[in-house]
Design a protein around this ligand. Sequence first.
Ligand SMILES: NC(=O)c1ccc[n+]([C@@H]2O[C@H](COP(=O)([O-])OP(=O)(O)OC[C@H]3O[C@@H](n4cnc5c(N)ncnc54)[C@H](O)[C@@H]3O)[C@@H](O)[C@H]2O)c1
Length: 240
Amino acid sequence: MSGVAVVTGAAGGIGSATVRQLTADGMTVVALDLDADAASAVSPQSYALDVSNADAVDDVMGRILAQFGRIDVLVNNAGITGSQEATTAHATPVDEFDKVMAVNVRGPFLCSRAVLPSMMEAGSGHIITIASAAAIVAFPARFAYTTSKGAALQLARSIAVDYARYGIRSNAICPGMVETPMTQWRLDQPELRARMEAQIPMGRVANPDEIADAVSVLASGRLGYANGSAIVIDGGWTSL
Ligand SMILES: NC(=O)c1ccc[n+]([C@@H]2O[C@H](COP(=O)([O-])OP(=O)(O)OC[C@H]3O[C@@H](n4cnc5c(N)ncnc54)[C@H](O)[C@@H]3O)[C@@H](O)[C@H]2O)c1
């Protein structure tokens, strides 16, 4: 598999697993993250980027296009859950809501917006957005995160509808609970972990590589008729 892939939030659990997998698949992978040092540790091609900063997104995507001539796959992976104050709707501080939406929705919008013209010119491209099971079912007392992931899924579907005519596909992956720095604080508490795993038919949380596998299959061009799909990888959690 050849081509150029760009992964946001590349220094995190799912992001770094995705960079490793797509690199092993033979792609040239550009790693983008707020944390510049961590991004450069996962790929020789990396940039520091806050996905919610419109000028910075345009600048970095422009540099990548100037360097490699094309972006075949964009993985919108950067995401945050919000602080522990971001619970139910009436209790969520407005600035927490804005922060979560800025990274989880505005980020994929800005990154997609920046790469789509070059994909249209090439007549091909694939945007893969890491949404969440929270796009399918509401996570209790995680209002901002649930709202943002529902929007991220619809963002992926809207792009799928508008750009198929240009040879561009857009799909979302909706992981259940994955063991990463995002979830570690919960999974490190044995009681919480046991309660969480008891709700999953497969009886365990996912390893980040199991989500990277889904990205890899989509990026490979297999599942070639998938467009606007919500690919749920959750051990059966949302089927309960
Ligand atoms: N871990 C899970 O259980 C789980 C489940 C479903 C969906 N997801 C989604 O998967 C994606 C990756 O999650 P993860 O678990 O690997 O999280 P993580 O916290 O391990 O990694 C997230 C990465 O995103 C980066 N990041 C944060 N804000 C950014 C910004 N503004 N610009 C650029 N980079 C930024 C962080 O520096 C970090 O490296 C997220 O979108 C998350 O919502 C995670």
